[in-house]
Design a protein around this ligand. Structure first.
Ligand code: ADP
Length: 390
């Protein structure tokens, strides 16, 4: 029996809000996603009110869980700090983590996610130091782009495989929750199982541990995420997934440099970022915005990759610099960040991606795999100290 949104709303109408009206009438609920017995939504309140809403979140979870057919309820309380308002009251930073031996609750939801959407940190203090590391993961790196369609996800997956080929234990988190493409790029259509601690077990494919919001909701489900909910969903995918021991977790970021991306860069304990750009000028301008964003939150940029750098003829292999190639290398030099490599525009990169058989894995002896591996080697070199220390 499939659960409907109406059933969820009916259940929630039994919960009273601190505003004196039933929860569905309090004007705080995000869109409710119901898929395959899994229910996701957030309660979005002002940070100043967050404390009063904690028990409401718990009650909401209890009533949703009680609906026949619901297997998981992922309900987040997100506290958005309005520009100019006072700092939110202190709240637990890691609401989902459990002390050793303590069993977790049924759901993946829980706790308040303080989200500073409009105030990037100032000064030289590293905001990452406030972010708890994820136990077992030596280095988390972001793969980002200033805009969509530049091949960010394709590069993130093949870079993850390039790092795998360096002998590292690698995970991939598809945080591009506006348009998760990892299910398509990997051909994974399984739903993650829960372990005894009720953490999601990442899907194992190509020797990588892979997680995507696209595994949980149908790909064609229109997802409209508000800023705080983005962070909440990603925090849960980071912390409520049994990643095990990893040398590197590659995070495929949502494209762009808006508030959601900034919040993410600020809240995920990143050891570095890789920026993907195409040679076109516009994309480079966007890439520069990406660089500025990571600089703002003191995340080191590991380098720029130029994707679709030149056209390589599939028949004769001849190279044509149809986009005025070399811009990203030049830009990287100018900005003083490493240039990690250039990837040609080649039909086999596209066809393997679209078939769910990424080129580094399906054509390991080919020229493209070698390029991604070389990029992986450069990234690994920069993370060497962190990985060795862990
Ligand atoms: P983004 O994550 O930036 O939106 P994708 O990784 O989804 O971009 O790539 C967009 C499209 O471009 C996909 O069809 C992908 O197969 C294709 N693509 C990406 N990189 C290359 C490349 N180097 N050569 C050919 N096609 C590519």
């Amino acid at each position: 029996m499939s659960v409907t949104q109406q059933q969820v709303m009916d259940a929630l109408s039994k919960v009273m809000s601190p505003r004196g009206v039933a929860l569905p009438n309090a004007n705080v609920l995000s869109a409710i996603t119901v898929s395959d017995g899994k229910v996701f939504f957030s309660i979005n309140v002002d940070a100043a009110e967050a404390r009063a809403w904690e028990s409401v979140r718990g009650q909401a979870e209890t009533v949703v869980r009680a609906i026949p057919g619901v297997s998981t309820a992922m309900i987040a309380l997100t506290a958005e700090r309005k520009p100019g308002s006072a700092a939110p009251p202190p709240v637990p930073q890691q609401p989902h983590r459990h002390a050793p031996g303590q069993s977790s609750s049924h759901s993946h939801g829980g706790g308040v996610q303080p989200v500073a959407t409009h105030k990037p940190p100032q000064g030289g203090q590293n905001p990452m130091s406030k972010q708890a590391e994820i136990p077992g993961i030596a280095a988390i790196i972001a793969v980002a782009s200033g805009k969509g369609g530049v091949g960010k996800s394709t590069t993130a997956l093949n870079l993850a495989l390039g790092l795998r080929d360096q002998g590292l234990r690698v995970g991939l988190l598809d945080a591009d929750i506006y348009g998760p493409s990892v299910p398509r790029l990997t051909g994974i259509h399984d739903k993650p199982q829960l372990n005894a601690d009720r953490k999601m077990i990442p899907i194992s494919r190509f020797g990588l541990s892979i997680m995507s919001i696209g595994f949980l909701v149908e790909e064609d489900t229109a997802m409209i995420w508000r800023g705080p909910m983005v962070m909440s969903a990603i925090t849960q995918m980071l912390r409520d997934v049994a990643w095990g021991t990893l040398d590197v977790l590659v995070v495929d970021m949502p494209p762009g440099t808006g508030d959601a991306q900034l919040t993410l860069a600020q809240n995920v304990p990143l050891k570095g970022a890789v920026i993907i750009s195409t040679p076109q000028d516009l994309s480079l301008i966007d890439a520069r915005r990406g660089l500025a964003m990571f600089k703002k939150v003191n995340v080191p940029v590991l380098g720029i990759v130029e994707n679709m750098s030149y056209f390589q003829c599939p028949q004769c292999g001849t190279r044509s610099d149809i986009f005025g190639h070399g811009g990203a290398r030049h830009e990287a030099e100018k900005l003083g960040v490493p240039f990690l490599g250039e990837i040609p525009l080649h039909i086999s990169i596209r066809t393997t991606s679209d078939a769910g058989t990424p080129v580094v894995d399906s054509e390991p002896d080919g020229p493209h795999a070698a390029i991604y591996r070389a990029i992986g080697a450069k990234v690994r070199e920069q993370l060497q100290g962190v990985i060795a220390a862990a």
